[in-house]
Design a protein. Structure first.
Length: 212
């Protein structure tokens, strides 16, 4: 009976130690858990704001960025069974300029949107290109186009360029397009809207060439 009491007491002690660990052990467990969460937390490879490599990746993860030149994977010929390069940066829609002839008086930054060339294989012709221009106060885009209409040069054939820019501002993609204005829509005004005034121009291309 005495021996059974001792065994029962020993079992209760073990249960208590498992249920209520020492303070040092609890603290250590919490720290370890915290460290594990930091380690396993997913760090983005690409900065969503700039589209560039995340500059804080190496500092947070304690290892080189897998797409940087310091990484071993970068030095390999390719990654995966498709032998893909370690990092491919896509061209961004928001990095572009449109270059009109100087005589038009329209600055490169004056275009807010433009469609790239579309070719109809069956009809063997190019689709109209839509160009949306921001009507700034100075220089006035509407005034520049109005002068072309007054001098009847608006119907003349002209050449312009649609350029995509790289992250450093260099031109990485350039279309050279020759055509004529089909129509110019100076837009609408509305007391209930506070947006930017824009002008829509449609150009019917006769020749489109991707230079690079």
């Amino acid at each position: 009976m005495h021996e059974a009491f001792k065994n029962s007491k020993r079992i209760n002690k073990i249960k208590n130690e498992e249920a209520f660990p020492k303070m040092g052990e609890v603290k250590s467990h919490k720290v370890e858990k915290k460290k594990t969460n930091i380690r396993t937390k997913e760090i983005p490879l690409i900065d969503p704001q700039t589209g560039e490599l995340n500059p804080l990746y190496e500092e947070l993860m304690g290892q080189p960025h897998p797409y940087s030149k310091k990484s071993k994977s970068f030095k390999q010929e390719g990654i995966g069974k498709f032998n893909m390069p370690p990092f491919i940066e896509p061209k961004l829609k928001s990095r572009f300029i449109v270059k009109f002839p100087e005589s038009f008086g329209i600055p490169e930054w004056g275009v807010s949107s433009v469609t790239r060339p579309t070719y109809f294989v069956e009809g063997k012709k190019w689709e109209d290109i839509a160009i949306i221009l921001t009507d700034s106060i100075t220089p006035s885009t509407s005034q520049a186009l109005s002068k072309l209409i007054e001098t009847e040069k608006i119907g003349d054939e002209f050449t312009f360029e649609i350029c995509i820019l790289g992250p450093d501002g260099d031109i990485i993609d350039k279309w050279e397009i020759t055509g004529k204005f089909k129509s110019i829509d100076f837009g609408e005004l509305d007391y209930h809207k506070s947006g930017i005034t824009e002008i829509l121009g449609l150009v019917t291309p006769t020749k489109c060439k991707l230079l690079f």
